[in-house]
Design a protein around this ligand. Structure first.
Ligand code: ZN
Length: 171
């Protein structure tokens, strides 16, 4: 059963899968193309820790002390993959998702949750099924160095994550 999202010109479709709700491309999306904006109310870290549902976490960290709360639009239902086809860029006050490779119509949209995680609080087991699956989704700083560098080169690691990761490591 498909539900049209009505957001972002119908480029995305939310469907129920065995993973819960998932988001699929409704057309071919080229590498580098904008996909969707993440919205939601902004919460502090303390508020996030009180409000999150650990088994169904729909918060997104977008600053060292800023977490976007759940929404009911497609941005809320994009699943994690250890081999993602999209990534986050924070542009001014906007949090946007871009394709990091060509995505075909019908393909699930995914990003690597670790690219925006610097919390040492919530983690989750991963069953994404990719050959590169890390089995556990944790903060960016725990990613293997080559994975971190690849994501940084792709431009999908927000500044607050890089600053936190590298000042702490070197300091
Ligand atoms: Zn995985």
């Amino acid at each position: 059963m498909a539900e049209e999202t009505g957001t972002d010109k119908g480029d995305l479709i939310i469907r129920r899968t065995e993973k819960g709700k998932s988001v699929f491309a409704h057309r071919n999306i080229a590498r580098g193309e904008y996909i969707v904006e993440f919205r939601g109310k902004r919460y502090t870290r303390e508020e996030y820790k009180q409000k999150l549902n650990p088994s169904n976490n729909h918060f997104l960290q977008v600053g060292s002390d800023v977490f976007l709360g759940p929404t009911r639009t497609a941005d809320n239902y994009i699943n994690h993959s250890c081999d993602p086809n999209s990534g986050i860029r924070i542009e001014g006050s906007r949090v946007n998702l871009y394709a990091i490779r060509d995505i075909r119509e019908g393909e699930e949209i995914t990003f690597d949750y670790s690219t925006s995680m610097d919390e040492d609080f919530w983690e989750m087991d991963c069953h994404c099924g990719s050959a590169a699956c890390r089995k556990r989704v944790r903060d960016f700083k725990y990613l293997p160095l080559d994975v971190r560098e690849r994501y940084i080169q792709l431009g999908i690691v927000p500044g607050f994550i890089q600053e936190s990761c590298y000042t702490r490591k070197q300091g």
